[in-house]
Every structure is written in C-alpha cells, then in structure tokens.
Design a protein. Structure first.
Length: 209
C-alpha cells in the first residue's frame, strides 16, 4: 500500500505483523496487545509537546481502551487467564517524537520504563521479557535508554529475566506500508529475527517451557 495512505481496515492486518508471524514460526500461543500512537512517557506528538493521553502503562491493567467509551476501562484484565513464557515489549517509537535528542526526556523515558516493567512483572511472574526496538525509520534513537532501563530494573529488583533486542529499521528496498509504517517484507524479516532470538533464549534455558 502507498506509504501516504491513512490507516483503515484495508491497510491494517495483524496476521501479517511480525509478532503473529513469529508466534506461528515458533508454534506458540500468543496474545497481541497493540495501541496505535501510544508510548511509555508520551504518545505520538507532532509538535514535541508531551502527550499524556496515549500511554500504555495507564491502560495495561484494563480490559481495553476506547476513545468513545469508558466501559472497557471499568473492567480489569484477568492476567491469570494467560501466563506467557515470553513477553515482547516494543515501545519507544512514539515516545521518540517527544524525547528526541533531549537527554532529560530520554532519562524520563527510561525511568518510566522501569516502573512499567515492575508492573508487568507483578502480573506475569514467570515470563522472560524481550525489550525490542525499533522497526520504523529513525525509531531506534531510544534503544540505548531501553538498555539503560533494563539495567536499572535489574539493579533495583534483582530480576535479570529480561533481554534487549535491536531490530534493523525498515529500508526503502523493503518498501513501506500505510503512513510509512513497516511493509509486509519488513514484518517478515523481523518475524524471523524475533523467532530466532526466542529460540536462542530457549536453547540457553533462559526461557522455561
């Protein structure tokens, strides 16, 4: 699809995304949670001002999020219904529109990431976390702060059951999806990378099946 096309049901398909494809390659059960434009410390912003409306941590424990209703947010998600061995978190592309090259904001992102990891661990005591970043062009600027967040989290909690994964960003050769998001070719490549990464974790017994 044209990179300038807007999002619609015709231009979005989670079954072609790397998370689903990696799960298929691993023959794994999966639960996909995704929020368009959401981040850790700021959602997507066009003007560089912080966007605190679109934050994943604020909605993580809720049943769902809706722009037009609070009914979904009145229900909490039952985490006991699905306890995964691996949790992949890919958050930072939207935050980067706010943090940019401002170190104070990047450190704020890392600090909020640590808080979020503690919440995710509380709800998923047995999972290995994979902190991934980033497929979109220029979206990997925050990766050093993801690594910083991982180290801070382990230092504060003693929990070392997490890894970081840096995706090679999308390329012109692979093409672009709508609104310059990753193409099907990019998603397939990243699915292979993710599946191989998790298989290595299993082989190293960092993930217990």
């Amino acid at each position: 699809k044209c990179s300038e096309e807007p999002f619609s049901t015709q231009t979005e398909n989670a079954a072609k995304a790397y998370a689903y494809l990696a799960a298929q390659k691993l023959d794994a059960d999966y639960l996909l949670t995704s929020f368009s434009g959401f981040g850790i410390v700021s959602g997507w912003t066009n003007d560089g001002n912080i966007n605190t409306i679109q934050l994943v941590p604020a909605h993580y424990e809720k049943f769902a999020f809706s722009w037009n209703s609070k009914r979904f947010e009145d229900r909490t998600w039952d985490f006991t219904s699905f306890q995964p061995q691996v949790i992949v978190i890919n958050l930072g592309t939207n935050d980067d529109s706010y943090t940019q090259d401002i170190e104070e904001r990047q450190n704020e992102y890392a600090a909020e990431y640590v808080k979020f990891l503690k919440t995710v661990r509380e709800k998923n005591p047995n999972a290995h976390f994979v902190l991934a970043m980033s497929i979109m062009t220029g979206g990997d600027r925050l990766f050093p702060w993801i690594e910083k967040a991982a180290k801070l989290y382990t230092k504060e909690t003693g929990d070392s059951r997490l890894s970081t994964l840096h995706f090679v960003p999308q390329t012109k050769e692979e093409g672009f999806g709508c609104d310059s998001h990753p193409s099907e070719a990019t998603q397939k490549r990243c699915a292979d990378v993710m599946a191989d990464f998790i298989e290595k974790l299993i082989a190293e017994k960092k993930v217990v099946l």
